[in-house]
Ligand binder design. Structure first.
Ligand code: ADP
Ligand code: LRH
Length: 486
């Protein structure tokens, strides 16, 4: 069977990369060809600081990465793009109307009441099955003063795909994060689109992972197909969870932590809604039943504030110091609104503690320990919620993404959930992106392969690091504060 190489463009909220994946009968090998930082840019406009994405710079980096991939692999068979969810570019006659807004911009909150004046929160959940997050696209669009000027809206991977190929489409897994897609039919829901106050024609045709979007434009070198993948980064990451047992949960750990499991059908019960669980669309029509929990952004934002004076912080050394902390540290609510916007996270943790009469962390190592303990506590309670709502058994937790390299966090997660943690791959998102392209092209005998077969390819390739709950840790005592939603 034929082997081949494809390029995965994976844009996270804190960094982006272009990775070449080689797929053959032994498995999949990855080779990074480009890596670049990403993050919010504050621009003063309409009398306030607005948070944006520098999507033109991202495009420049993506094009440079693709050029490097093609130079090293002239036989490159395809390109696939994924990114973080919900954010979009507005276009008019094919021209971008300003830089996309960042999901951490506070403006989006104004959209919530506008949408809910037309469709109640309960009906929204019944229709789109999504966790309420004020940055869901449906709310962003309702609050966007420029949306009425546009004739097209494209989510970030679709926007880049259109710049690479000239073809506009809405890839379905990422479309499922907008709040505009029906959780049951997986088509645009006209009532939800109407709730934004915008015309339905704004939205492009839906297409599925594995479809060919188009071919690289001649001005960009031509010839190479662009294949749709699970363009929501979390959808691609879930494809590459190296699970060979169906009774597992996953944590896709990066800027955010997406904690949940894969299901065959959405769960739209009152219990699911009360627990604020999401039903996002996965590759092959699977459902990603999960909760969006805060993530390592709390750590990277803390590091950023400590580095503001010009110092450079060594993350490995900082994590080692956090592992050595023996003093008790506060477990704070990582989902508190106070931690949503960019800024001085350690100062906000101190304020959170002061407001509750708690002792704040006293050193950088203690702050980091407090952040990781708090994330692990949130994972344990979220997992319990997911188990209660679905009635499913969970025997192990797979952690994938950049956070799977954080040994302290993985161990704390094992301790607080009382479950074995299997960590890796780090680049699950890029791997899932590569494998969906490889399947679509029929590389290495993968044509028509099931997701389970793709996961076996990953399991053959990477050996996850196993973390066992510490003998002294009592998962049940950590769970006493967990409310049951069953
Ligand atoms: P995203 O795709 O959301 O941008 P990633 O999956 O790339 O995020 O994960 C980024 C995070 O991974 C960083 O914030 C950092 O906390 C963590 N990370 C990266 N490298 C290491 C490392 N060597 N050790 C521990 N954690 C790491
Ligand atoms: C993770 C992610 C997550 C979304 C958030 C906006 O990168 O795509 O699934 O909730 O970004």
């Amino acid at each position: 069977t034929n082997s081949g190489s494809v390029a995965a463009v994976d844009l996270g909220a804190t960094s982006g990369r272009v990775i070449v994946g080689h797929v053959d009968r032994d498995g999949v090998r990855t080779e990074p060809v480009a890596r670049f930082p990403n993050g919010p840019v504050a621009l003063h406009e309409r009398g306030r600081d607005a948070l944006h994405w520098d999507v033109v710079e991202l495009y420049r980096q993506v094009v440079a990465g693709i050029e490097r991939a093609r130079a090293a692999h002239p036989d490159l068979a395809s390109i696939g793009i994924d990114s973080w969810a919900v954010d979009y570019g507005l276009l008019r006659e094919g021209r971008l109307l300003g830089l996309p807004s960042h999901y951490r911009d506070a403006r989006h909150e104004q959209g919530v009441s506008r949408v809910q004046a037309r469709v109640s929160a309960a009906e929204l959940y019944e229709r789109n099955g999504l966790q309420h997050l004020s940055f869901n696209t449906v709310f962003q669009l309702a609050a966007d003063p420029d949306a009425h000027l546009a004739d097209r809206v494209l989510l970030v991977p679709d926007l880049l795909g259109s710049w690479l190929t000239g073809v506009e489409a809405a890839e379905r897994t990422n479309a499922s994060t907008t709040g505009l897609l029906s959780a049951t039919t997986r088509e645009w829901d006209p009532a939800l689109v109407a709730a934004t106050g915008l015309p339905a024609e704004l939205l492009p045709t839906l297409r599925d992972p594995g479809d060919r979007l188009g071919t690289l434009l001649p001005s960009l070198g031509g010839d190479v197909p662009v294949t749709l993948v699970g363009s929501h980064d979390t959808a691609s990451a879930v494809v590459a969870v190296p699970a060979t047992d169906p009774d597992v949960a996953y944590i896709s750990s990066g800027t955010w932590s997406l904690v949940g499991m894969e299901l065959d059908a959405p769960v739209l019960t009152d219990a699911a809604r009360d627990a604020n669980c999401t039903n996002e669309g996965g590759v092959d029509g699977r459902v990603r039943f999960l909760k969006n929990v805060s993530g390592l952004w709390l750590l990277s934002e803390s590091v950023r504030s400590w580095e503001r004076g010009g110092e450079t912080i060594d993350l490995e050394a900082l994590l080692a110091a956090a592992a050595d902390v023996t003093a008790p540290v506060p477990v704070f609510d990582v989902g508190d609104h106070a931690f949503a916007a960019p800024g001085d996270v350690p100062a906000r943790i101190t304020a959170w503690c002061a407001a509750r009469g708690r002792t704040a962390p006293a050193s950088r190592a203690e702050f980091v320990r407090s952040i990781l303990e708090s994330l692990a506590a949130a994972y344990a309670s979220t997992l319990q919620t997911i188990i209660d709502v679905t009635g499913k058994e969970v025997r192990a937790v797979h952690v994938v993404g950049g956070g799977s390299q954080n040994r302290l966090l993985c161990q704390l997660t094992a301790d607080r959930t009382g479950l074995p943690v299997l960590a890796g791959p780090v680049e699950a998102t890029a791997l899932g992106n590569v494998l969906v392209q490889a399947r679509s092209l029929g590389l290495a005998g993968l044509g028509g392969a099931s997701l389970e077969a793709l996961r076996h390819v990953v399991a053959r390739t990477v050996d996850p690091v196993r973390y066992t709950p510490a003998p002294g840790s009592d998962a049940r005592s950590h769970r006493t504060t967990v409310r049951s939603h069953a």
